[in-house]
Ligand binder design. Sequence first.
Ligand code: SAH
Length: 215
Amino acid sequence: MVDNYRHKGLRKKLVDTLKKKGIKDERILTAIGKIPRHYFLDRAFEDWAYQDAAFPIGNEQTISQPYTVAYQTDLLNIKPKDKILEIGTGSGYQAAILSELGAKVYTIERQKSLFDKTSKLLKQMGYGHIRLFLKDGMEGLERFAPFDKILVTAAARTVPEALKDQLAVGGIMVIPVGDDDGQVMYRLTRLDEKKFKTEKFDYFRFVPLLGGINK
Ligand code: SAH
């Protein structure tokens, strides 16, 4: 794996693009400027890594567009030491960003081939402290609950009840909700045991959140 001056230059441009699109949080921009996104794509697509675009990573899945990664991360308001659960590990790029912000990251993927590939990559890159699970993320991760933050990176029809249950009081969940044609970004804040505040943001398009695991 090589990260040369050309990659660094492209990354700088990507950060500028994201700034122009309205991403202001310096910590997020620094993380995007630091992490070699091309490691998360197959070698042949290296040059695509620094476009602000989603890209196929195999198994009909995609690495989210950098703008989307920054947008979701921004809504989560990550604090160092936050315990966060991500649903949809995919390439691992979003998990790496969260880890750079100082969060304690738990991430779930339902596709075994992606899970295996990404586990290996994250270890190689020095993110061995990110904990990966091969599971149906709609069930959450009861064993490690409650979480300060929950991030769903696939399109949900509705907000899974298990995830609401596993959010700490005062915690925040960011989840795209809608059908295959498009989703609205929701931010839920847990006000007390029973009450949640729901805010709605922009439209996005994610791959669907599916049940069960795929070996
Ligand atoms: N966060 C990823 C982008 C993920 S794309 C990144 O940074 O690259 C969405 C991912 O969610 C896919 O890998 C898909 O397999 C996974 N997924 C879909 N439904 C899921 C579920 N119920 N549990 C866990 N992962 C799921």
